[in-house]
Design a protein around this ligand. Structure first.
Ligand code: PXP
Length: 240
């Protein structure tokens, strides 16, 4: 059974909508920890649209479970990661205008820059993972880079428009999981996984961890909304 990493970015998105102090993503991370999450994922984007530097520092200090910092290799971000030293860093590509991480890293094209960033992060004892498409070339280049963990991008699977396309994407993820495992890599997966499409990915032999954010936070709105309204209603009607 794969482990579950919970991505808390969208709690920070809600906070940043008002530039306020709530909801606190670190408090959310602690709730996820209590609920049985195996790790917490947070993406410190270059534009700081959701997670802020101070969240990263607090996550490192306050979590008992593994903190997996998702990050690009932009120099300022690598500097911060080297200072904070999360247990794990997942390197992702980043484009400013994208709504969310749209693709995997092109390990071959960015090889030299990735190698330099990986060396700095490894030197601080941070376990590295690369977010890549389920593709043989990317897997081979990851091995060449000396990184032992990959996260396979499940976005094409999650967004597949037909059952046939979904099956094709799932088979690709399963085949690349087996290939990467045969080379000794630890294989994780994530992006776009929800309450309807996660099970087939979870059942892939050798799958180590699934990293899921958006669907869990969306579900939390509905599992929590009734209680939230009741609490406010009781407060509004409280007599002085
Ligand atoms: N893994 C990686 C590398 C990601 O970039 C994201 C999105 O931030 C996720 C997992 C989680 O994706 P989702 O929010 O769609 O579950």
């Amino acid at each position: 059974m794969p482990l579950l990493g919970v991505n808390i970015d969208h709690v920070a998105t809600l906070r940043q909508a008002r530039r306020g102090i709530y909801p606190d993503p670190v408090q959310a991370a602690l709730v996820c920890e209590k609920a049985g999450a195996d790790s917490i994922v947070a993406h410190l984007r270059e534009d700081r649209r959701h997670i802020q530097d101070k969240d990263v520092v607090r996550l490192r200090q306050e979590l008992s479970i593994r903190f997996n910092l998702e990050m690009s290799i932009a120099p300022g971000v690598v500097d911060l990661a080297c200072r904070v030293k999360p247990l794990q860093a997942t390197l992702v590509p980043e484009r400013r205008q994208e709504l969310t991480t749209e693709g995997g890293l092109d390990v071959a094209a960015g090889f030299r820059r990735l190698k330099a960033a990986c060396a700095r992060l490894k030197d601080k004892g941070i376990e590295l993972s690369l977010f890549i498409a389920p593709d043989k070339v990317q897997i081979d280049k990851t091995v060449e880079l000396g990184v032992g963990v990959i996260e396979l991008h499940t976005g094409c699977y999650a967004l597949a428009g037909t059952a046939a396309a979904r099956t094709r994407e799932l088979r690709k993820i399963a085949a690349m999981t087996a290939y990467a495992r045969s080379l000794g890599l630890v294989v994780n997966a994530g992006h776009g996984l929800d309450y309807h499409n996660t099970l087939p990915v979870a059942r892939i032999p050798g799958m180590h961890e699934l990293n899921i954010g958006h669907s869990i936070m969306a579900q939390a709105v509905f599992t929590g909304l009734e209680r939230a309204v009741k609490e406010m209603r009781a407060l509004a009607r409280e007599q002085a």
